[in-house]
Design a protein. Structure first.
Length: 403
């Protein structure tokens, strides 16, 4: 009985081992079948001269935010503050950054000598006027006296006529005639000419000194913002010296320096978008006033000027703004996956699907953004380009597209 049991166990173990071996063999065949099928398919494809590739339609992709350049803001219209007289600063009424109105006083200079000359001119004018007035009164008295003498002479002449004294009447008539001639000479001749000339000269001198005295006060030539003034009380100024600038803020100019590539981005444009770093969400537009045709030989940069209205004075002269050389649409360019590009020395290529063949195409590349690189030339939007399997290809190879 014991021997049978042992024999039975031995047979059972043998059967289990055989089953395990069979199962393992079946599993191995099942696992290798897809790989074997793929290998057979690849072998068949290679025998037919076809190489398997994946393709992607060429499209536009963003290369990032619009390209920008910093611009310096200046007033479109500005006026230099120029001293007209020599003098010491005794009162600085306005400061840098102050808004000023036309003819507002900005600086006062010492004017002691001019004041003294002005007082002397006023005195001279007063004396000349008094002399002229006195002479006029004297002449008036002389005329009145002469009129009285003429009246008396006429009465005497009439008396001689009444008395029929012809000789005396004739003499009396000569006296009347002589006195009237004197009156006529007095009326026709201006005995005040010299004094009137003195008065006119004194008045001209006084006016000239008053104008000269106004030169000791520097006033705003226009409405605007005061800048570039660094005067202190006690500073001595020479005539003709520029001491500050009044800048109009209702219209501004933006000055930008561009390299050759940046300049090429804006040459065909009439206006650009800009914004202040303090208000990035507020985008404004400015017209392109000028753009140099030739670069500065020293800096190799092109100067560009933009101009725009600034009615509220929101953009301050002396500040900086960001000028967008391109738009978001312009940054959407033809681009391809960088891994699909084949590099051969200094040249770059891609493969483009042409029917059932792969066409090797030379391309010029630009910027890189993420996995995509800009294509400047050699490739058009909507073409089918090989993105996988390109390294096994040669020009004009027959291909099979994998889904």
């Amino acid at each position: 009985m014991k021997r049978k049991s042992t024999h039975f166990q031995y047979k059972l173990v043998s059967l289990l081992a055989a089953a395990a071996i069979f199962a393992a063999g079946c599993g191995s065949v099942s696992t290798n079948e897809p790989q074997k099928a793929a290998a057979e398919q690849n072998a068949a494809t290679e025998e037919n001269g076809l190489k398997q590739v994946k393709v992607e339609q060429v499209a536009r992709h963003s290369m990032g935010d619009p390209r920008e350049q910093i611009g310096e803001v200046v007033a479109a219209v500005k006026f230099d503050l120029i001293t007209k007289a020599n003098g010491e600063v005794i009162d600085r009424v306005k400061r840098n950054g102050d808004r000023v109105k036309k003819d507002e006083v900005i600086v006062r200079l010492s004017s002691e000598r001019a004041d003294t000359k002005l007082d002397s001119a006023k005195t001279q004018l007063k004396l000349s006027q008094e002399a002229l007035s006195a002479n006029k009164k004297a002449l008036q008295l002389q005329r009145e006296e002469l009129l009285g003498r003429i009246k008396d002479a006429e009465q005497n002449y009439k008396a001689m006529r009444v008395n029929q004294d012809d000789e005396a009447a004739e003499k009396a008539a000569d006296v009347v005639k002589l006195l009237k001639q004197q009156l006529q000479n007095m009326d026709t001749s201006n005995n005040n000419t010299a004094l009137e000339g003195q008065v006119a000269s004194a008045e001209a001198g006084l006016k000239e000194l008053q104008l000269a005295l106004s030169d000791y006060v520097i006033k705003a030539p226009s409405d605007g913002v005061l800048t570039n003034m660094s005067l202190r009380e006690g500073t001595y100024l020479q005539g003709g010296q520029v001491v500050g600038i009044v800048q109009r803020t209702d219209r501004i100019v933006i000055q930008v320096k561009l390299n050759e590539q940046a300049a090429s981005l804006v040459r065909s444009k009439k206006e650009l978008v800009f914004y202040s770093p303090d208000s990035k969400d507020t985008k404004l537009k400015a017209q392109i006033n000028s753009l140099d045709l030739f670069a500065d030989p020293k800096t190799r940069m092109y100067a560009m000027e933009l101009e725009t209205d600034n009615p509220n004075g929101a953009i301050k002269p002396g500040g900086r703004v960001h000028v967008q050389l391109t738009t978001e649409d312009e940054e959407n360019v033809v681009a391809v996956p960088s891994l699909s590009i084949i590099r051969d020395g200094d040249e770059t290529f891609v493969y483009v699907l042409n029917g059932t063949k792969a066409e090797k195409r030379k391309v010029e590349l630009g910027r890189l953004n993420g996995v995509y690189q800009e294509v400047l030339s050699g490739l058009s939007e909507n073409e089918q380009m090989v993105v996988s399997g390109q390294h096994q290809l040669k020009d004009a190879d027959q291909v099979e597209i994998l889904k």
